[in-house]
Design a binder for this molecule. Structure first.
Ligand code: UN1
Length: 490
């Protein structure tokens, strides 16, 4: 199967005919050949988006919303098919793939309804017979650059708010998951987006992504992905004075206090650390356990983690799917070696899984380290795999300090039965998202999503707050006094 770019309402090959392969990380099976775009393809896509902008921005927002609602209906109808494709292309277990599609549907419905809100302000003028309002305006052509770990949900976080506000979009999905992205674009086109309003170019971050970020007609770059790639995007886009919204890494911690409900905490840890094979930017990669319950927590965790079954995410017997590709697999394993060299104690896992069918894909054994010190590399650097580090703590104050002391600041969780401790944690934890008696994953689309410090650059996706990324404010004064009234003059 051969997949093409989508430019100005047409499906087209890359101008030089080049392609790359999308493969199933569980089996190595080839899923299709996908256009490998060059700067020329990017230019054609951006020019098309730029031409479409004028008309789209003047389309009433409720009408734009109607098209997006239709896309939501189609997504809902095709949910199962999309989820199966996602499991084959990205690897996450089928239940989670359904969740990813559902998160996309939620985002589409939630944001489509903004078409009938997009509230601005009216406020009294300081002068008589003068009227003052503020309204949101689109910015122009938006570059949406998305990662492979949520191949449907995250593209909707960017594309849908951009479109409801009247921007046009050039979408570049991750090279590991282009086919799911192509299906999303097909659906948005079928829903009735006019040609040029949404364009897609597939290809590697290096050539395709760089050309997009540097294109003079791109007004805003919205990026989710690794810290290294995000840094590159930020430097290039900022030099060209574009607006940039970045969502990058995490080193999220779960705090388990001595008064916690341990049944709940253990399940929360397993879900947050090993769900999606640990490949969420919200994944719990540090577990800060009060010394008084550490032995019980580690003993129970080891048993639970060793019972997790690795396999193809399409099989009902699988708990943990593959990681995205071989290079990521080796990177994760290198971190195991780093942890051992730093003196952390390996409790289970710690190796590439190659038994039977697993040898065909990229599987890593769910890994637990104990006795980890807060400043070790495995406690500071994002690994993005099924591996987590237990760090002993002795008090809430210490836990909060360790929690806050990484270069990232996305998500945190605390398990405690003590309301006072819960509220102190809610106040003093400095991440963008905090959970009480729940793990670090599972954000909902109608609340702001994003992090402090090196996780991002101050923006929030999702929720009403996403509108601030994709719009400019325009302030309008209407003077109906019939005179030249001079503000701030006596
Ligand atoms: C991500 O990993 O980049 O909160 C997004 C969660 C999901 C979104 C994760 N709703 O885990």
């Amino acid at each position: 199967m051969r997949y093409q770019n989508y430019i100005d309402g047409q499906w087209v090959d890359a101008e030089n005919g080049a392609t790359f392969t999308s493969t199933n990380p569980a089996t190595g099976e080839t899923l299709g050949e996908v256009a490998q775009s060059t700067a020329k393809d990017v230019d054609a896509a951006v020019e098309a988006a730029d031409r479409a902008f004028h008309k789209w921005r003047q389309t009433p927002a409720p009408k734009r919303g109607e098209i997006l609602f239709r896309a939501g209906e189609i997504l809902l109808k095709r949910k199962e098919e999309l989820a199966q494709l996602m499991t084959r292309e990205m690897g996450k277990v089928l239940k989670e793939a359904r969740g990813d599609v559902q998160e996309g549907i939620d985002m589409v419905y939630y944001t489509a309804a903004e078409g009938r809100r997009l509230f601005g302000e009216t406020t009294p003028s300081e002068l008589p017979n003068k009227f003052a309002i503020s309204v949101r305006e689109p910015i122009g052509v938006v570059a949406a650059i998305t990662p492979w770990n949520f191949p449907l949900a995250i593209p909707t976080w960017k594309i849908i708010p951009a479109l409801i506000l009247g921007n046009t979009v050039v979408f570049k999905p991750a090279s590991d998951t282009p086919i799911v992205a192509i299906k999303l674009v097909e659906i948005l086109a079928e829903a009735g987006l006019p040609p040029g309003v949404l364009n897609m170019v597939t290809g590697p971050g290096g050539e395709t992504g760089d050309a997009l970020v540097s294109h003079p007609k791109i007004s805003l770059v919205s990026f989710t992905g690794s810290t290294v790639a995000g840094h590159n995007v930020a430097v290039k886009a900022t030099q060209a004075l574009k607006r940039v919204s970045l969502e990058m890494g995490g080193k999220n911690a779960i705090i388990v206090m001595d008064d916690a409900n341990l049944d709940l905490a253990i399940e929360g840890i397993v879900w947050s650390a090993f769900g999606t094979s640990g490949q969420r930017c919200t994944a719990a990669s540090r577990i800060l356990v009060h010394e008084d319950v550490r032995k019980e927590v580690t003993d129970r965790l080891v048993k639970r983690v060793q019972s997790l079954r690795l396999g193809d995410g399409l099989l009902a017997t699988t708990d943990v799917g593959p990681v995205i590709n071989a290079s990521q697999l080796h990177r994760i394993h290198d971190y195991t070696k780093v942890g051992l060299a730093e003196g952390a104690q390996l409790l289970c896992g710690g190796d590439i899984a190659e038994e039977g069918e697993l040898a065909k894909g990229s599987f890593y054994k769910p890994t637990l380290f104990d006795g980890v010190k807060p400043d070790m590399r495995i406690a500071q650097e994002e690994i993005f795999g099924p591996t987590t580090a237990i760090i002993p703590i002795w008090s809430l104050e210490e836990a909060i300090e360790v929690n806050n002391n990484t270069k990232y600041g996305l998500s945190s969780a605390i398990f405690t039965r003590d309301t006072n401790k819960a509220f102190r944690a809610m106040r003093d934890i400095s991440t963008g998202i905090v959970y009480v008696n729940a793990g670090t994953i599972g954000a909902e689309v109608h609340l702001p999503f994003g992090g402090t410090r090196g996780t991002g650059n101050g923006h929030r996706e999702a929720g009403r707050q996403a509108l601030d990324i994709f719009s400019e404010w325009k302030t309008i004064y209407v003077d109906f006094s019939g005179q030249v009234q001079k503000a701030q003059m006596e």
